[in-house]
Design a protein around this ligand. Structure first.
Ligand SMILES: [Fe+2]
Length: 404
């Protein structure tokens, strides 16, 4: 599998392990330290934040939310991506669609709260109503006459504006810059974008995912610090001593599958498997023994943080709200065979450990953000032995922003 294109972010030659992982040396020079690739103002500035919303979150595939937020047909869930209000809607055909959250008459947001409607979503201003596929159903008194219907050819131009979306592994992704919103085109495009990861994880049956738990965290930090901390394996033994000794962090390999997919891989058991759950849960599908050896931690740029073990899948998707505020939606999934009452103690034990790890990071993130206001923050140092993946991420941000 060759994942490096002309767009490669790995200027130094990678090496290939026996497992076929692309293990990168990364962009940091082989010296003790190097300056961070992003200035401190990238983490604090309002203008920088606004530009990121346009260039990083309004172009290309972006994590939008979870499919389980739309539990039944008629479920409507508002979200904001790249500063744009959107609606996720589950149709009568059970399909999830995403639309711009703006009535086609006067542009009012149709809802700012999740709700469940019966077949129609109505604007509260002039009572225009839309079917769950986005098409205009009724616009009362449109012709200023009682009972006047909108001409079909006019109505056909007044549906909610669709957004390219695709559902994968319990998550909804959107692409605000896509030229096409046809589901088959979206599926192909998304599949091409995630191909290196889908291939690497082709032993996992993501159709069997079952939600074990979800928590929302309001984080007082810039979204990039959330990613950088997720990709930081160096802090594990210091902030999360329960996941294993320093030797566990030493075992993590840096992996770049694609300029937009970066993270690490570690041997099973290295990070305190026995501490996560006493009782092993069923695997996520028919996982062959040789694929149990390594576990993966990846950022799918910009805002899906994925952690896969053979028996559980953790997602942190987040929405940046302000330069210093990020809302994380963390979910843990297990196999559908682990959904029963007999596995409840194991599921609870697992999720409690994972919530605890994430909660240990919250004060760290807050103080990382506070430190970005220091004049010394432009003189921080990335260490070549530990921070290559962080540097890859920062390099990707800078490239997609057109410089920083
Ligand atoms: Fe952490």
């Amino acid at each position: 599998m060759s994942s490096h294109t002309s767009d490669t972010v790995c200027p130094l030659p990678g090496r290939t392990t026996s497992l076929g992982n692309v293990v990168v040396d990364g962009p940091l020079p082989d010296r003790p330290d190097g300056r961070a690739l992003l200035p401190a103002r990238a983490y604090t500035g309002a203008a920088e934040f606004a530009l990121e919303q346009d260039r990083l979150f309004s172009a290309g595939w972006v994590w939008a939310g979870y499919a389980h937020w739309l539990a039944e047909p008629g479920a409507v869930h508002p979200i904001t991506i790249g500063g744009k209000p959107l609606l996720m809607v589950r149709g009568d055909d059970d399909r999830i669609r995403v639309f711009h959250n703006s009535c086609r008459h006067r542009g009012m947001a149709l809802t700012e709260e999740p709700l469940v409607v019966h077949r129609r979503l109505q604007c509260a201003y002039h009572c225009w109503a839309y079917r769950l596929d986005g098409s205009l159903s009724t616009a009362p008194y449109y012709g200023r006459e009682r009972g006047a219907k909108v001409e079909p050819e006019v109505a056909a131009t007044l549906g909610l504006l669709p957004v390219a979306c695709h559902v994968w592994a319990g998550m909804v992704f959107v692409d605000l810059s896509a030229a096409h919103t046809d589901p088959q085109v979206c599926a192909r495009d998304f599949g091409e974008r995630l191909a290196p990861l889908l291939t690497r994880w082709d032993h996992i049956d993501f159709g069997r995912l079952n939600l074990a738990g979800e928590r929302r965290y309001d984080v007082a930090a810039n979204w990039k610090l959330v990613v950088e901390n997720f990709l930081d394996f160096y802090h594990l033994p210091f902030v999360h001593p329960q996941v294993g000794a320093v030797t566990a962090a030493l075992d993590v390999d840096d992996v770049a599958l694609h300029p937009d997919i970066m993270g690490g891989s570690y041997p099973r058991g290295a990070v305190g498997k026995a501490d996560k759950t006493d009782r092993v849960l069923p695997w996520l599908g028919d996982v062959p023994a040789e694929r149990l050896e390594r576990q993966d931690i990846f950022c799918v740029f910009p805002n899906a943080l994925l952690f896969l073990e053979a028996d559980w899948f953790q997602v942190i998707g987040y929405h940046p709200l302000a330069p210093d505020r990020t809302v994380e939606h963390m979910a843990v999934f297990v196999d559908s065979a682990a959904a029963g009452a007999e596995f409840e103690p194991a599921r609870e034990q697992l999720t409690e450990v994972l919530w605890r790890v994430n909660e240990q990071d919250l004060p760290i993130l807050q103080r990382l953000q506070a430190g970005r206001h220091s004049p010394a923050a432009d003189a921080t140092n990335l260490v070549s032995h530990w921070d290559q993946v962080t540097a890859l991420f920062q390099q990707r941000v800078a490239k997609r922003m057109g410089g920083y």
